[in-house]
Write a protein that binds this ligand. Sequence first.
Ligand SMILES: O=C(O)c1ccccc1NCC(=O)[C@H](O)[C@H](O)COP(=O)(O)O
Length: 271
Amino acid sequence: MDILDKILAHKKKEVEERKSLFPVKLLEKSIYFSGKTVSLKKYLRRPDKSGIIAEIKRKSPSKGMINKHVSVEKTSIGYMQAGASALSVLTDYHFFGGNNEDLKLARKFNFCPILRKEFIIDEYQVIEAKSIGADVILLIAAALPVPALRQLAIFAQSLGLEVLMEVHNADELNQNLHDAVDLIGVNNRNLKTFEVSIDTSKNLSAAIPDQYVKVAESGISAPETIVELRQYGFEGFLIGETFMKSSRPELACHRFITAVNQIDETKTVGS
Ligand SMILES: O=C(O)c1ccccc1NCC(=O)[C@H](O)[C@H](O)COP(=O)(O)O
Protein backbone atom coordinates (compact mmCIF):
# COMPACT_ATOMS: atom_id res chain seq x y z
CA MET A 1 0.00 0.00 0.00
CA ASP A 2 1.56 3.35 -1.00
CA ILE A 3 0.86 6.67 0.71
CA LEU A 4 -1.91 7.61 -1.73
CA ASP A 5 -3.73 4.31 -1.01
CA LYS A 6 -3.40 4.98 2.72
CA ILE A 7 -4.71 8.52 2.40
CA LEU A 8 -7.65 7.40 0.23
CA ALA A 9 -8.62 4.58 2.60
CA HIS A 10 -8.64 7.05 5.49
CA LYS A 11 -10.53 9.61 3.43
CA LYS A 12 -13.31 7.15 2.60
CA LYS A 13 -14.11 6.68 6.27
CA GLU A 14 -13.73 10.36 7.05
CA VAL A 15 -16.15 11.41 4.30
CA GLU A 16 -18.84 9.03 5.57
CA GLU A 17 -18.46 10.48 9.07
CA ARG A 18 -18.63 14.05 7.79
CA LYS A 19 -21.75 13.31 5.76
CA SER A 20 -23.66 12.44 8.92
CA LEU A 21 -22.14 15.24 11.00
CA PHE A 22 -22.58 17.99 8.41
CA PRO A 23 -25.32 16.99 5.96
CA VAL A 24 -25.42 18.51 2.47
CA LYS A 25 -28.50 20.57 3.37
CA LEU A 26 -26.41 22.34 6.00
CA LEU A 27 -23.46 22.93 3.66
CA GLU A 28 -25.80 24.45 1.08
CA LYS A 29 -26.80 27.13 3.60
CA SER A 30 -23.28 28.58 3.66
CA ILE A 31 -22.97 32.12 2.22
CA TYR A 32 -20.31 30.83 -0.16
CA PHE A 33 -22.39 28.04 -1.59
CA SER A 34 -24.39 30.17 -4.00
CA GLY A 35 -21.67 32.81 -4.37
CA LYS A 36 -19.45 33.50 -7.39
CA THR A 37 -16.01 31.98 -7.68
CA VAL A 38 -12.73 33.55 -8.80
CA SER A 39 -11.03 31.99 -11.83
CA LEU A 40 -7.59 30.48 -11.22
CA LYS A 41 -7.06 30.20 -14.97
CA LYS A 42 -7.51 33.95 -15.36
CA TYR A 43 -5.35 34.86 -12.36
CA LEU A 44 -2.48 32.65 -13.49
CA ARG A 45 -2.45 34.55 -16.77
CA ARG A 46 -2.46 38.03 -15.22
CA PRO A 47 0.76 39.78 -16.27
CA ASP A 48 1.09 41.57 -12.92
CA LYS A 49 1.28 38.26 -11.06
CA SER A 50 3.94 35.58 -10.70
CA GLY A 51 1.92 32.45 -11.50
CA ILE A 52 2.79 31.13 -8.06
CA ILE A 53 0.10 29.29 -6.13
CA ALA A 54 1.35 29.63 -2.57
CA GLU A 55 0.35 26.86 -0.23
CA ILE A 56 -0.54 26.64 3.45
CA LYS A 57 0.86 23.25 4.52
CA ARG A 58 1.59 22.46 8.17
CA LYS A 59 2.97 18.95 7.73
CA SER A 60 3.26 16.25 5.09
CA PRO A 61 3.83 12.51 4.82
CA SER A 62 7.19 13.10 3.13
CA LYS A 63 8.57 15.78 5.47
CA GLY A 64 6.70 15.41 8.77
CA MET A 65 6.05 18.67 10.63
CA ILE A 66 6.95 21.70 8.53
CA ASN A 67 5.34 24.63 10.34
CA LYS A 68 3.26 23.99 13.43
CA HIS A 69 2.55 27.59 14.33
CA VAL A 70 1.56 29.13 11.00
CA SER A 71 -0.97 31.98 11.13
CA VAL A 72 -3.30 31.42 8.18
CA GLU A 73 -4.43 35.04 8.27
CA LYS A 74 -0.93 36.57 8.24
CA THR A 75 0.53 34.04 5.81
CA SER A 76 -2.29 34.11 3.26
CA ILE A 77 -2.43 37.93 3.19
CA GLY A 78 1.39 38.10 3.04
CA TYR A 79 1.54 35.57 0.18
CA MET A 80 -0.85 37.67 -1.89
CA GLN A 81 0.96 40.93 -1.06
CA ALA A 82 4.21 39.26 -2.13
CA GLY A 83 2.78 38.71 -5.63
CA ALA A 84 1.39 35.18 -5.52
CA SER A 85 -1.38 34.59 -8.06
CA ALA A 86 -3.46 32.33 -5.85
CA LEU A 87 -3.57 30.35 -2.62
CA SER A 88 -3.68 26.63 -2.00
CA VAL A 89 -4.93 25.36 1.34
CA LEU A 90 -4.52 21.77 2.45
CA THR A 91 -7.71 20.84 4.30
CA ASP A 92 -6.74 17.27 5.22
CA TYR A 93 -6.11 17.00 8.96
CA HIS A 94 -4.78 13.49 9.48
CA PHE A 95 -1.85 13.59 7.05
CA PHE A 96 -1.30 17.33 6.51
CA GLY A 97 -2.52 19.03 9.71
CA GLY A 98 -4.99 21.25 7.84
CA ASN A 99 -8.74 21.75 8.15
CA ASN A 100 -11.71 23.50 6.57
CA GLU A 101 -11.39 26.42 8.99
CA ASP A 102 -7.98 27.22 7.44
CA LEU A 103 -9.58 27.63 4.04
CA LYS A 104 -12.47 29.66 5.44
CA LEU A 105 -9.97 31.98 7.14
CA ALA A 106 -7.97 32.39 3.94
CA ARG A 107 -11.25 33.18 2.14
CA LYS A 108 -12.26 35.73 4.74
CA PHE A 109 -9.09 37.77 4.28
CA ASN A 110 -8.37 37.42 0.55
CA PHE A 111 -10.08 38.04 -2.78
CA CYS A 112 -8.13 35.66 -4.99
CA PRO A 113 -8.54 32.14 -6.32
CA ILE A 114 -8.24 29.52 -3.59
CA LEU A 115 -7.48 25.89 -4.36
CA ARG A 116 -8.86 23.33 -1.94
CA LYS A 117 -5.98 20.86 -1.78
CA GLU A 118 -7.80 17.71 -0.77
CA PHE A 119 -8.11 14.07 -1.73
CA ILE A 120 -11.50 14.22 -3.40
CA ILE A 121 -13.32 10.95 -4.00
CA ASP A 122 -16.96 11.90 -3.46
CA GLU A 123 -19.44 14.58 -4.61
CA TYR A 124 -19.94 15.47 -0.96
CA GLN A 125 -16.40 16.90 -0.81
CA VAL A 126 -17.08 19.02 -3.90
CA ILE A 127 -20.15 20.54 -2.22
CA GLU A 128 -18.07 21.02 0.90
CA ALA A 129 -15.35 22.78 -1.13
CA LYS A 130 -17.88 25.28 -2.49
CA SER A 131 -19.45 25.79 0.94
CA ILE A 132 -16.14 26.76 2.58
CA GLY A 133 -15.26 29.31 -0.11
CA ALA A 134 -12.95 27.42 -2.48
CA ASP A 135 -12.77 28.36 -6.16
CA VAL A 136 -10.87 25.36 -7.47
CA ILE A 137 -10.69 21.70 -6.55
CA LEU A 138 -7.92 19.22 -7.14
CA LEU A 139 -8.73 15.86 -8.69
CA ILE A 140 -5.89 13.34 -8.63
CA ALA A 141 -5.96 11.08 -11.70
CA ALA A 142 -4.26 8.25 -9.78
CA ALA A 143 -6.95 8.34 -7.11
CA LEU A 144 -10.02 7.45 -9.17
CA PRO A 145 -11.20 5.44 -12.17
CA VAL A 146 -11.64 7.59 -15.29
CA PRO A 147 -15.50 7.71 -15.28
CA ALA A 148 -15.62 8.70 -11.60
CA LEU A 149 -13.08 11.46 -12.14
CA ARG A 150 -14.99 12.75 -15.13
CA GLN A 151 -18.27 12.76 -13.18
CA LEU A 152 -16.74 14.67 -10.27
CA ALA A 153 -15.18 17.20 -12.64
CA ILE A 154 -18.49 17.83 -14.42
CA PHE A 155 -20.26 18.15 -11.07
CA ALA A 156 -17.65 20.64 -9.80
CA GLN A 157 -18.01 22.79 -12.89
CA SER A 158 -21.80 22.76 -12.50
CA LEU A 159 -21.22 24.46 -9.12
CA GLY A 160 -18.94 27.07 -10.71
CA LEU A 161 -15.70 25.54 -9.46
CA GLU A 162 -12.67 25.09 -11.67
CA VAL A 163 -10.91 21.74 -11.77
CA LEU A 164 -7.17 21.19 -11.53
CA MET A 165 -6.42 17.63 -12.53
CA GLU A 166 -3.16 16.21 -11.18
CA VAL A 167 -1.17 13.69 -13.16
CA HIS A 168 2.14 11.91 -12.67
CA ASN A 169 2.63 10.31 -16.07
CA ALA A 170 1.52 10.23 -19.71
CA ASP A 171 -1.01 7.41 -19.20
CA GLU A 172 -2.90 9.32 -16.53
CA LEU A 173 -2.80 12.41 -18.70
CA ASN A 174 -4.11 10.79 -21.87
CA GLN A 175 -6.89 8.83 -20.17
CA ASN A 176 -8.31 11.79 -18.34
CA LEU A 177 -8.30 14.66 -20.81
CA HIS A 178 -11.76 16.09 -21.23
CA ASP A 179 -13.72 19.35 -21.26
CA ALA A 180 -14.57 19.37 -17.58
CA VAL A 181 -10.94 19.86 -16.61
CA ASP A 182 -9.62 23.43 -16.62
CA LEU A 183 -6.02 23.07 -15.57
CA ILE A 184 -3.54 20.21 -15.65
CA GLY A 185 -1.09 19.88 -12.79
CA VAL A 186 2.00 17.74 -13.14
CA ASN A 187 3.12 16.51 -9.73
CA ASN A 188 6.89 16.27 -9.52
CA ARG A 189 6.64 14.18 -6.37
CA ASN A 190 6.54 10.43 -6.87
CA LEU A 191 3.97 9.33 -4.31
CA LYS A 192 5.52 5.87 -4.00
CA THR A 193 9.08 6.97 -3.26
CA PHE A 194 8.56 10.69 -2.34
CA GLU A 195 11.38 11.56 -4.73
CA VAL A 196 10.90 14.90 -6.47
CA SER A 197 12.13 15.69 -9.95
CA ILE A 198 11.31 18.79 -11.97
CA ASP A 199 12.01 16.66 -15.04
CA THR A 200 8.55 15.11 -14.57
CA SER A 201 6.99 18.47 -15.48
CA LYS A 202 9.45 19.10 -18.29
CA ASN A 203 8.96 15.66 -19.82
CA LEU A 204 5.15 15.81 -19.77
CA SER A 205 4.75 19.42 -20.87
CA ALA A 206 4.60 18.76 -24.62
CA ALA A 207 1.86 16.15 -24.17
CA ILE A 208 -0.50 18.65 -22.52
CA PRO A 209 -2.74 20.28 -25.13
CA ASP A 210 -2.66 24.10 -25.27
CA GLN A 211 -6.29 24.48 -24.15
CA TYR A 212 -5.28 23.60 -20.59
CA VAL A 213 -3.38 25.86 -18.25
CA LYS A 214 -0.28 23.92 -17.17
CA VAL A 215 0.69 23.88 -13.51
CA ALA A 216 3.93 22.42 -12.14
CA GLU A 217 3.46 21.03 -8.63
CA SER A 218 5.85 20.12 -5.80
CA GLY A 219 9.57 20.27 -5.23
CA ILE A 220 10.07 23.81 -6.54
CA SER A 221 12.75 25.42 -4.39
CA ALA A 222 14.69 27.79 -6.67
CA PRO A 223 13.51 30.94 -8.48
CA GLU A 224 15.47 29.80 -11.56
CA THR A 225 13.14 26.79 -11.81
CA ILE A 226 10.15 29.07 -12.43
CA VAL A 227 11.95 30.79 -15.28
CA GLU A 228 12.95 27.42 -16.73
CA LEU A 229 9.46 25.88 -16.42
CA ARG A 230 7.88 28.88 -18.13
CA GLN A 231 9.93 27.96 -21.19
CA TYR A 232 8.11 24.61 -21.16
CA GLY A 233 4.74 26.38 -21.22
CA PHE A 234 3.94 26.24 -17.50
CA GLU A 235 1.90 29.18 -16.21
CA GLY A 236 1.22 27.97 -12.67
CA PHE A 237 3.66 26.84 -9.97
CA LEU A 238 2.38 25.23 -6.78
CA ILE A 239 4.80 25.81 -3.92
CA GLY A 240 4.36 24.66 -0.32
CA GLU A 241 7.37 23.51 1.64
CA THR A 242 9.88 26.04 0.29
CA PHE A 243 7.82 28.83 1.89
CA MET A 244 6.32 26.96 4.83
CA LYS A 245 9.63 25.78 6.26
CA SER A 246 10.41 29.42 7.10
CA SER A 247 9.07 30.85 10.36
CA ARG A 248 7.74 33.71 8.14
CA PRO A 249 6.41 31.94 5.02
CA GLU A 250 5.15 35.21 3.55
CA LEU A 251 8.67 36.70 3.69
CA ALA A 252 10.12 33.59 2.06
CA CYS A 253 7.52 33.97 -0.68
CA HIS A 254 8.35 37.67 -1.09
CA ARG A 255 12.08 36.95 -1.40
CA PHE A 256 11.40 34.15 -3.89
CA ILE A 257 9.15 36.25 -6.15
CA THR A 258 11.56 39.20 -6.00
CA ALA A 259 14.32 36.86 -7.18
CA VAL A 260 12.14 35.55 -10.05
CA ASN A 261 11.43 39.14 -11.11
CA GLN A 262 15.13 40.01 -10.97
CA ILE A 263 15.99 37.08 -13.25
CA ASP A 264 13.26 38.21 -15.65
CA GLU A 265 14.59 41.79 -15.66
CA THR A 266 18.18 40.66 -16.22
CA LYS A 267 17.03 38.55 -19.17
CA THR A 268 15.08 41.48 -20.66
CA VAL A 269 18.04 43.88 -20.33
CA GLY A 270 20.42 41.27 -21.79
CA SER A 271 18.25 40.42 -24.80
O1 LIG B 1 3.81 16.56 0.26
C1 LIG B 1 3.70 15.33 0.44
O2 LIG B 1 4.48 14.67 1.14
C2 LIG B 1 2.56 14.58 -0.19
C3 LIG B 1 2.46 13.22 0.02
C4 LIG B 1 1.41 12.51 -0.52
C5 LIG B 1 0.45 13.13 -1.27
C6 LIG B 1 0.53 14.50 -1.49
C7 LIG B 1 1.57 15.22 -0.95
N1 LIG B 1 1.65 16.59 -1.11
C8 LIG B 1 0.60 17.40 -1.58
C9 LIG B 1 1.06 18.30 -2.61
O3 LIG B 1 0.68 18.12 -3.73
C10 LIG B 1 2.02 19.39 -2.26
O4 LIG B 1 1.67 19.93 -1.02
C11 LIG B 1 2.12 20.54 -3.24
O5 LIG B 1 2.29 20.10 -4.54
C12 LIG B 1 3.31 21.44 -2.85
O6 LIG B 1 4.48 20.67 -2.80
P1 LIG B 1 5.82 21.21 -2.12
O7 LIG B 1 6.13 22.54 -2.72
O8 LIG B 1 6.87 20.20 -2.45
O9 LIG B 1 5.55 21.32 -0.67
